[in-house]
Design a binder for this molecule. Structure first.
Ligand SMILES: *[C@@H]1O[C@H](CO)[C@@H](O)[C@H](O)[C@H]1NC(C)=O
Length: 309
């Protein structure tokens, strides 16, 4: 199983690097926003993201209270540095002119948003490892720091032991695929050798840790599972379902505009996070696997100095 997971993550990293590299090359050589006006930039997103992360951090600190003794230094450091950490991440610009590597980022790239192509032997029921991956669910795609996608993929979709064994290789693979692809397309990337890339990786680690912890608890905990089921269900009545879909399509534009307004951002983030926070606060009653995934993420980041400022 371990080998399969590694293979999948490597393939997923490969696809991601190509998406980033192709859109980067296109941006550098064409008028991207003329051709694709729907990807216009909204800088208010950065502020929303900051509020989102800092609110989640607060919640995790509270929810981890029951392991206070074991992780004393970790959570007290996080408590004192959380504002500086989110502030630092707040530099994540969405304006392509301010981005070091302006490219299209998927925005929700983890194993649940991939489709796998694999062979199986019907006579023996044997399954073979996937040989192809398709990215799906492009609803959050926008111009932003490509490393946010990579952080999200790694820390939502791998275990600590996989990272210990393979992370370095995966990061090298991402970087070399990005560089080769842009080269093939005739676009030079300046000031982004592996060392520069690693600096950017280190600077976005905090994002990976928090989003990874959130995603793990939403996916693995019982309360999270229940929430996802509810959210995913649409009315079984066909007519009612049609109206629900139409209505949500109609509302989503104006609602987004309203919520992105600076005066509304905090309210919007609180509303968005309310169900998540409830689930996070149940960390103490989660099973051991969920808990260890979450604490692994925090502990690993802590040991790598991610919470130091
Ligand atoms: C990134 O952080 C690690 C600690 O996890 C450190 O060993 C490494 O030197 C850092 N790399 C760069 C390029 O800053």
């Amino acid at each position: 199983m371990m080998a399969w997971t590694y293979l999948i993550i490597l393939m997923a990293t490969d696809r991601l690097a190509r998406l980033h590299a192709v859109s980067y090359s296109f941006y550098k050589s064409h008028d991207f926003f003329h051709k694709y006006p729907s990807f216009t930039i909204d800088e208010r997103w950065t502020n929303m993201m900051k509020l989102f992360l800092s609110s989640l951090t607060d919640c995790f600190i509270k929810a981890a209270e029951f392991k206070k003794e074991e992780y004393k230094m970790l959570f007290s450091t996080l408590e004192s540095n959380k504002d500086a950490l989110t502030e630092k991440l707040g530099d994540m610009p969405t304006n392509p002119k301010k981005l070091k590597i302006p490219c299209l980022a998927h925005g929700d790239y983890w194993t649940n948003n991939m489709m796998f192509q694999y062979d199986n032997d019907v006579s023996t029921d044997q399954m073979f490892p996937p040989h192809n991956i398709m990215m799906i669910d492009w609803g959050n795609t926008m111009f932003r720091d490509p490393l946010l996608d990579l952080q999200y993929l790694i820390y939502t979709s791998t275990t600590l032991s996989l990272r210990k064994q393979h992370l370095e290789e995966i990061l090298h693979h991402y970087h070399s695929t990005f560089t080769t692809t842009t080269n093939d397309l005739g676009v030079r990337v300046n000031n982004w050798d592996f060392q520069d890339f690693m600096e950017d990786w280190n600077n976005t680690r905090y994002f990976g840790c928090i989003m990874g912890a959130l995603n793990n608890i939403l996916t693995l905990s019982k309360a999270g599972g229940k929430y996802q089921k509810q959210r995913g269900s649409i009315s079984s009545n066909k007519f009612k379902a049609k109206i629900e879909i139409k209505l949500s399509k109609l509302l989503i534009g104006p609602m987004t505009k309203l919520f992105l307004h600076p005066s509304m951002q905090k309210v919007a983030v609180d509303m968005m996070l309310k169900p998540f926070k409830k689930i996070i606060m149940e960390l103490e009653s989660c099973d051991e696997k969920t808990q260890s995934r979450v604490f692994d993420l925090f502990n690993e980041a802590w040991q790598q100095g991610v919470f130091d400022v």
